[in-house]
Design a protein around this ligand. Structure first.
Ligand code: SF4
Length: 101
């Protein structure tokens, strides 16, 4: 089965070309080039919990530290963790990839 990106799973419409982009712009999770391939995802699509300013729920989220507590409760986070099993990457590893962005 194809591994879904967050915008496909959540049907948020905040990815490039999505139906809700006019509201808040494109979600940074759908544009983070340095995370392409992470958990077999496009851009930050399977690592959205480490992206500051993502737009889940229609509001701009805060920094990694501010939003992580909510993200770990998210059904998409849990699904990726289950799908990736031992290949699930630590947030610290992924944060290194986007450092300086
Ligand atoms: S982080 Fe949330 S708002 Fe952003 S693309 Fe993923 S599901 Fe959509």
């Amino acid at each position: 089965m194809k591994k879904l990106n967050c915008w496909e799973y959540k049907k948020c419409g905040r990815e490039p070309g999505g139906i809700k982009v006019h509201e808040l712009g494109e979600c940074p999770a759908s544009k983070e080039e340095n995370l392409t391939g992470t958990h077999d995802g496009e851009k930050g699509g399977r690592a959205c919990w480490i992206i500051a300013g993502s737009m889940c729920g229609g509001t701009v989220q805060g920094s990694f530290a501010q939003k992580y507590g909510n993200c770990v409760l998210c059904d998409f986070f849990k699904q990726v963790k289950e799908e990736e099993g031992p290949d699930f990457q630590l947030s610290s590893e992924m944060l290194e990839k986007i450092k300086g962005n």
